[in-house]
Ligand binder design. Sequence first.
Ligand code: NAP
Length: 313
Amino acid sequence: MKAAVLHERDGVPRYEDFPDPVAGEGEVVVEVVAVAVENVDRAVAAGTHFAGRAMMPELPAIPCFDGIGTLPDGRLVGFGNPRPPYGALAERTVVAEGAYAPIPEGLDPAAATVLPSAITGMSMKIAAGLAPGESVLIQGATGVAGRLAVQVARLLGAGKVVATGRDDEQLRGLGADEVINTTLSDEDLLQAFKAARTDVVVDFLWGRPTEILLRAMVPDTFAFPKPLRLVQIGEVAGADLRLPAESLRTSGVEIYGAAKGLGPETMGAAYGQVVEWAQAGKLTFGLERVPLRDIEAAWQRTDLRGTRLVVEP
Ligand SMILES: NC(=O)c1ccc[n+]([C@@H]2O[C@H](COP(=O)([O-])OP(=O)(O)OC[C@H]3O[C@@H](n4cnc5c(N)ncnc54)[C@H](OP(=O)(O)O)[C@@H]3O)[C@@H](O)[C@H]2O)c1
């Protein structure tokens, strides 16, 4: 079969022949229909993701660990965790029996690959308990997951929605009530965060912008405000930040991981909800379809701002 094959860590996968997967006991071969290529896939391929070694213990291997495909009985499913060295970026892959869920009828497989990114936005409710009318700040709102999170906030009945990013033009198109450009000077950004204070933050950035945001939560007086609930999802602006003790002590900030509250049941319900919104046209997103044979160039693209790269073998 044809596959995108990675030969070296941090290299670029090449479109080549690779031995067909053979299902072992308790496994099934899936014909791949569509695969979204995300930052996490590049981090796994580069060996910088915490689960990277488990997902890709040896090279050569095929990147990407989930996608949409058809089972031998013709059912269209979303599958996950192929057995290494097999990954999703191939004509066929192999997964454990049951490591898949049905894709609802009428849903475009390419669109179905993007919807899990909307589940990150659902963490504002699942992890942080967002109540209707509460305000939300999306930290890093111009990416695919960020744009979806702005829409999810609205659909969950949030009051004020604040979007942050690095480009004024991109920010203006997001439909948020307020925007903050994180390229402001440290002091100006601090003041902007103080002025825009919200109940919940959905954080795709970490690093400098979120460090300043957490500092902005320190009150100016002993009148302690309602605690901010921050959900940590991504780290595109930095893997670490400095958290001064007074920031935590005085602001009462609560920090959750995006995985908080996620299990098969909440995940299933969240997926069902985002599918329903997408099918009703309430959740929109950009996707760029490319054939598998173009993977080498597609993998290296940096122009797809806010648009998901979807490979269709
Ligand atoms: N945990 C999960 O389940 C899950 C699921 C999906 C995504 N994520 C994570 O969420 C993050 C966003 O994912 P995505 O798919 O939406 O990515 P994406 O579409 O590539 O968007 C990246 C976003 O990060 C911003 N950005 C990049 N480098 C930055 C920097 N140095 N400083 C500030 N902003 C920067 C971009 O802003 P510009 O528009 O200005 O370039 C853009 O808004 C990633 O860390 C991803 O791994 C996690």
